[in-house]
Design a protein around this ligand. Structure first.
Ligand SMILES: [Zn+2]
Ligand SMILES: [Zn+2]
Length: 105
């Protein structure tokens, strides 16, 4: 039986070098400062991807006018993955991405 593994641990951001603490509510999978992630999962939490590439935030998913999720794209292999936003994610960066995707990239 295949299950999502719940991983929640702090890490050092590959992009900006920030020390990212483990999340209080959800699985931590991206940097709260610059919102970059790392290509380590095939299904969320499994850490089964061999790529390890930097994943850039390229799109914000919006529900009812509020940002709820983030789409990351791996700069190494082009893999795209969806993530949930955390409460302490940097809203300024979030809105920059929303503006960018609204006006085309
Ligand atoms: Zn960062
Ligand atoms: Zn990748």
């Amino acid at each position: 039986m295949k299950q999502f593994t719940h991983r929640n641990e702090g890490f050092t951001c590959l992009h900006c070098g920030a020390e990212v603490p483990a999340a209080s509510q959800t699985c931590r999978n991206h940097c709260t400062a610059c919102l970059h992630s790392r290509h380590v999962d095939i299904t969320p939490g499994d850490r089964a991807a061999g790529c390890q590439g930097l994943m850039a935030p390229v799109e914000v998913t919006v529900e009812g006018g509020l940002p709820v999720g983030l789409v990351h794209k791996c700069v190494r292999c082009g893999f795209r993955g969806k993530n949930k936003l955390a409460d302490d994610d940097n809203r300024d960066v979030l809105f920059q991405i929303m503006e960018k995707s609204a006006f085309g990239q």
